[in-house]
Design a protein around this ligand. Structure first.
Ligand SMILES: Cc1ncc(COP(=O)(O)O)c(C=O)c1O
Length: 364
């Protein structure tokens, strides 16, 4: 298979957003609504391998209505952020981990595996091109969304013979405007997210499509997020719709559900476990039952819980509601260890704390 490695062809956007309009957008970009001037596009076909790698003007795609993705959802994506370090350099956080997960997702969805190098180069190239879109606001970053979908024009149910890989970039502010508030969770009773042998460990669009009905219902009932239990016993806490979950105990130890095919292996999850261990905390990856969560919260053995992911980094959990009613975690607000882990991770990402594992990848 031939791999068209960078340099990427560059087709500059002929009508980019004016600097004044861009500055106005960057003052309060929110999350995922403002986009930069360019995108990466690489084509794949079984016959040619990866080809036509380019950076081009961001714009609508022209798709044949019989494109396979529109029918059978053969699609995967990633999410990572570019930061501006204290010294002004642009940097990525563990892009190699996202590249590996993208390949793992591709494998599960019978798609071609984009080489890690090409993934990382594509993301770097877009950040370098659109670096003026970096929002110079508190907690600002450039959210990067690499994704790939089946583009063959064919209605047969089989792996597509053609794919499009793209990267778009979206300037974002702090996910939560005033620090991270404690969220209220609703335990999903009627729906599960993933079963063994399914696609829970892959970052494919379908996983999120199935979560929408539950999330919408939770919001309607006044909750912030949904937490899922395992599909077999409906007992073990797995993860939120878009974040992994941690439990903090009164002896200072922390626990998170183990990866086993039904949970997305979060980069933030892995980073926080490493940080916690480096601080001497006991970290276990072990199943945790919803009834135990309630009992431990009531007895005081469990003092904090938090969710984590690239978008919101670390989010304290204030309360959980299941069929037996609501229970409060700790005092219902952000916990101490949760805050400390969040600060430590953010400091590493911004180049303000030692980075012993070389997670920060500078662009210059
Ligand atoms: C289902 C799910 N779990 C966990 C995460 C957290 O993963 P990460 O820390 O790599 O962003 C995400 C977000 O990507 C997610 O969608």
């Amino acid at each position: 298979m031939n791999v068209a490695l960078p340099p990427f062809d560059f087709e500059p956007n002929q009508s980019p957003v004016t600097p004044d309009a861009r500055d106005a957008l960057l003052k309060d970009p929110g999350f995922g609504r403002v986009f930069t001037d360019h995108m990466v596009m690489i084509r794949y076909s079984d016959a040619r391998g990866w080809y036509d790698a380019k950076i081009t003007a961001r714009g609508p795609l022209l798709l044949d209505p019989a494109s396979a993705v529109l029918h059978y959802a053969q699609e995967i994506f990633e999410g990572l952020k570019a930061y501006r370090l204290a010294d002004g350099t642009m940097a990525l956080f563990r892009p190699d981990a996202n590249a590996r997960r993208f390949r793992a997702s591709a494998q599960r969805m019978a798609m071609p595996e984009l080489p890690d190098d090409l993934f990382i180069q594509s993301v770097k190239a877009l950040v370098a091109t659109d670096r003026d879109w970096f929002p110079a606001i508190e907690g600002g970053s450039l959210y990067l969304r690499p994704f790939m979908f089946a583009s063959e024009v064919f209605l047969g149910v089989k792996p597509s013979a053609e794919y499009l890989y793209l990267v778009i970039a979206s300037p974002v502010g702090n996910y939560f405007k005033s620090g991270a508030p404690a969220v209220s969770l609703l335990v999903s009773q009627d729906y599960t997210r993933a079963a063994l042998g399914g696609t829970g460990a892959a970052k494919c669009g379908g996983n999120y499509a199935t979560s929408l009905v539950v999330q919408a219902e939770a919001i309607r009932l006044g909750y912030d997020q949904v937490v899922y239990l395992d599909a077999v016993e409906r007992r073990w806490v797995e993860e939120l719709g878009g974040m992994n979950v941690f439990f903090v105990f009164d002896d200072g130890s922390i626990q998170t559900p183990p990866l086993g095919g039904t949970i997305l292996p979060g980069v933030t999850r892995d980073s926080l476990m490493t940080i916690a261990r480096s601080e001497g905390l006991t970290v276990s990856e072990a199943p945790y039952a919803i009834d135990q969560w309630r009992a431990d919260a009531l007895s005081g053995r469990l003092v904090e819980s938090f969710a984590c992911g690239t978008a919101a980094v670390v989010t304290p959990i204030g309360s959980v509601t299941d069929a037996h009613g609501r229970f409060t975690i700790g005092a219902g607000g952000p916990g101490q260890l949760t805050g400390r882990l969040r600060e430590r991770l953010v400091a590493i990402q911004r180049g303000l704390a030692p980075d012993p594992d070389n997670w920060v990848v500078r662009l210059d």
